[in-house]
Design a protein around this ligand. Sequence first.
Ligand SMILES: Cc1cc2nc3c(=O)[nH]c(=O)nc-3n(C[C@H](O)[C@H](O)[C@H](O)COP(=O)(O)OP(=O)(O)OC[C@H]3O[C@@H](n4cnc5c(N)ncnc54)[C@H](O)[C@@H]3O)c2cc1C
Length: 465
Amino acid sequence: MSDQFDCVIVGSGTSGGVIAYYLTAGGMRCLLLEAGDAYSADTFPDNDMDGSARLFWGGGLELSTTAEMAFLRARCLGGTSVVNQCLLDRFDEHAWAAWQGASGIGFLSGEEMARHYAEVEGRLSIREVPAFHHNRNARLFVDGCQKRGYRWAPLRRGETDCAIEEGNDCIACLNGCRRDSKQSTLVTFIRWAQALGLQVRPGFQVEHIEASPDGVRLSGTHHGQPQEIRAPRVVLASGALGNARLLLRSGFEKRLPSLGRGFYCHPQLMTFAEFDEPVDAHRGAFQACKSDDPRFRKAGFKIENVFAPPTSVAMLYPGFGARLQAFMLRYRYLASVEVSVQDTVPGRISVDARGRLRIAKRLEGEDVRRGKAGLIAVREILESVGARTILQCPMSFGLHLMGGLAIGQDAQRSAVGGGFNLHGSPNIYAADSSIFPAAPGINPALTIMALSHRASLEILKGVIE
Ligand SMILES: Cc1cc2nc3c(=O)[nH]c(=O)nc-3n(C[C@H](O)[C@H](O)[C@H](O)COP(=O)(O)OP(=O)(O)OC[C@H]3O[C@@H](n4cnc5c(N)ncnc54)[C@H](O)[C@@H]3O)c2cc1C
């Protein structure tokens, strides 16, 4: 096996960037592979269509097998942390208890994970969106929650200076932040790791992985050219869909029967409400507040004020031609709130005979009931503040893609063990969104980082021993 690198990390997103930093800082020679290209504040696409085409898998959207659900995930250096909203929340005890129950892994608790949260939080700039940054959409959300007696809270975001007072609109950073304010791994952990010697190879898509007692062989294409890399150990950080796809293509389902199962995505349902006066929901801090109501948590959903760029709003509208045109002419008059469902009915990731991804996932059973309860609460909130018309979009989409390689003790029902290595493969690790054993109903990114910190310590411990 090559002695060039001690560890190769596949995927450079929320998990890959964090692991690359901690392993490099711990003295390991690491290579970070990323299927997508590298962009920076100066080169991020400056319009929505271009952003979808260049920064995302599937040109912006990937669809479930029945095309009822759409999924978004990034394909660029920094991964989905580049295009997400960087809302960073810790899990509550309810989420940890469900994970412990599903996995049988003792350290999955608020108490055990607290030091890992504190470690990654301590390196980032995180703050609550202040009330003086609320745009009219956020104010309507707050007023409506108060009128209906629902508890709300400010969102907690990784950012340095978004210059809202100077007229900056954060909605543009869904195509990458042009101020290096949003705390993506691109401008934090990856940058810090590169300063310590991390090697980064964008444009490298891994297609096959093979383990032997003396190491791991990866093969794929680098800017379209076939290439092979060997290393004593590999960390898979290509996300729920990426990890499952790679391992299924490589025949791992024979030893990991649960591979690809247990896929969750917090299905999101959008409501738009038209007002007589401009709302300008796209201005400033376009996402600022969330529900903080124990009744919603118990009912299995949360809501947040949010908005979307014009192409996404147009895509969500269920209609064509003159009706769509009339709706879009009212863009400035629209308020919007999303429902995010804590889904309980798992989907399944598989590959077809040609190795292409298939995602079987539907909103069904209990999850339909949860979504409907959320939509009723949103309608009440928007009606209470004088919405003229309300449109609830039929399409649901997944931004938090989780599972497929669940963590757990039982090798029949999970793929990754408590040491973060695949069952039966001591040299292949994962700590990203793919190892989630259930949907937490809470923004996942901070917990992915905390798990990645813990996994890094496990890997370093193994090397030193
Ligand atoms: C629009 C949007 C907004 C969001 N907002 C929030 C938020 O505010 N808060 C929050 O907590 N979560 C948010 N999320 C979700 C969150 O960003 C993801 O859950 C998280 O980034 C997943 O981390 P990951 O490391 O598992 O995967 P990713 O960050 O997706 O990284 C995986 C990387 O692996 C690469 N890759 C895949 N396959 C291969 C391969 N075969 N070879 C090489 N590289 C490969 C991908 O290109 C990608 O760069 C949002 C998501 C979206 C889409």
